[in-house]
Design a protein around this ligand. Structure first.
Ligand SMILES: Cc1cc2nc3c(=O)[nH]c(=O)nc-3n(C[C@H](O)[C@H](O)[C@H](O)COP(=O)(O)OP(=O)(O)OC[C@H]3O[C@@H](n4cnc5c(N)ncnc54)[C@H](O)[C@@H]3O)c2cc1C
Length: 391
């Protein structure tokens, strides 16, 4: 009887990709080495989402994307000789080892000790810079031979007005990354375009794939560096690095403040006054807030799951200043609807705008930052195109 080949299983921990997964790369390398030696006990390799598939409840938009990601991943496994293991019960027999994939971060360990982690981004940047240029470990994996000249990301069905018309799978993420960074003016012009309100090209849309782990943030960083090696450190690529560091800042800020990060008083432990008006909130959720711009934004959010950063800021600021509702309620609606829903980023940004988080202006007596929507529209949408699109 042929000897049972040992099975090595790698738990992807909800990071639905093959690229830049060090545990998986190590397991694949040992399986290949044993097979080359003709070892009859050469390894079988399997991947699973495993017990860690239990992620926080996902809303409809992100869950559709995750399904596309898992489908795309499963389709690629057979040609790599990797088995898909649906659930725990398949893991019981014959598993010789389980590897686990890590979180999607630039830094594997805290870049600054958590006990003294800064509460504002500028201090985080300053302290990182104190040790020289930011060092990020190179991603594991190679150049996949993608043609950057075209955006080869698959399209997803849905509202044709969506700023994120793509599918959630890894190959779509990698193709869009190459096109945005190397094959178009996306990265070069990013500093000027990033405050756009709608459309495919004004920002990178990386957040969506980052949130479901089909794109590694270290892969993005490495591609930005390779762009800079050719084009120099222009303002577009520097602005992108800055934004990726914002993401990183909120990840570590949450870990440094586990007790109050997602509480109403935020990391400042500040009192926050609000009206507990459930009818007003229900109307807001469905795009009947009494302000046409905010209603348009909620229509876009509910229909597509995506909002530009600028529009997210307007909605959160209006929620806090005009409606005076508890900011955590707004954050919860965003968490359910957003296609890139990520607790650290959602809460980090909402608490910032509610004046209880990392906004330096809100420390002391200044209170939350206020966006005058009429003025903002004059600057960012002088022709009223956004309102027209979503009214
Ligand atoms: C109220 C509110 C809620 C938000 N909720 C989320 C959320 O749940 N998930 C999420 O990923 N982002 C969230 N953001 C941050 C930001 O709006 C999105 O990351 C960005 O709009 C995504 O589009 P993009 O990838 O095209 O961004 P780009 O402008 O192309 O930025 C590139 C990357 O930088 C990072 N980044 C950009 N802006 C921010 C920011 N303000 N904070 C942290 N990282 C940033 C993201 O990883 C993004 O993918 C929120 C912002 C606000 C104001």
């Amino acid at each position: 009887m042929a000897a049972q080949r040992p099975l090595v299983v790698v738990d992807l921990q909800g990071q639905w990709r093959l690229d830049d997964q060090p545990s998986l790369a190590r397991a694949m390398a040992s399986a290949m080495a044993m097979a080359e030696l003709g070892d009859p006990k050469s390894l079988r390799l399997g991947v699973t989402g495993g017990p860690s598939q239990a992620r926080p409840l996902q809303g409809p938009h992100q869950s559709k994307l995750t399904k596309q990601a898992i489908k795309g991943l499963k389709a690629r496994l057979p040609s790599l000789g990797i088995e898909w293991l649906e659930d725990q019960s398949e893991l019981v027999a014959g598993v010789s080892e389980v590897g686990r994939c890590g979180p999607n971060r630039l830094f594997a360990s805290p870049p600054i000790p958590l006990e003294s982690f800064p509460r504002v981004f500028a201090d985080f940047r300053r302290q990182l810079a104190a040790n020289g240029p930011v060092e990020v470990e190179a991603p594991i994996g190679g150049n996949s031979g993608i043609d950057a000249a075209i955006d080869g990301a698959s399209r997803s069905d849905g509202d044709s007005r969506s700023s994120f018309p793509f599918a959630g799978d890894e190959l779509s993420a990698l193709r869009h990354l190459q096109h945005f960074v190397h094959g178009s003016a996306g990265l070069r012009n990013y500093k000027q375009t990033r405050n756009g309100l709608s459309g495919v090209g004004f920002s990178s849309k990386f957040s969506v794939w980052l949130s479901i782990g089909t794109l590694s943030v270290r892969r993005i960083w490495a591609e930005v560096l390779s762009y800079q090696a050719i084009n120099g450190e222009d303002e577009g690529s520097q602005a992108m690095q800055q934004e990726l560091l914002w993401r990183e800042f909120f990840i570590w800020l949450e870990l440094a403040n586990p007790k109050n990060f997602d509480q109403l008083g935020g990391i400042q432990g500040r009192s926050y006054e609000y009206l507990e008006d459930r009818d007003l909130f229900a109307n807001w959720c469905h795009g009947n807030s009494g302000n046409p711009l905010i209603d348009a934004a909620l229509k876009e959010l509910n229909s597509t799951g995506y909002l530009s950063n600028r529009v997210r800021q307007w909605v959160a600021s209006d929620f806090v200043h005009r409606l005076r509702l508890p900011w955590l309620w707004g954050a919860r609606w965003f968490a359910w609807q957003l296609i890139d829903s990520t607790p650290s980023q959602n809460i980090g940004n909402w608490s910032y705008l509610a004046g209880v988080g990392a906004d330096p202006r809100s420390f002391g007596s200044a209170g939350p930052r206020y966006f005058d929507l009429e003025k903002q529209l004059k600057i960012y949408d002088p022709r009223g195109s956004y309102l027209k699109l979503w009214s």
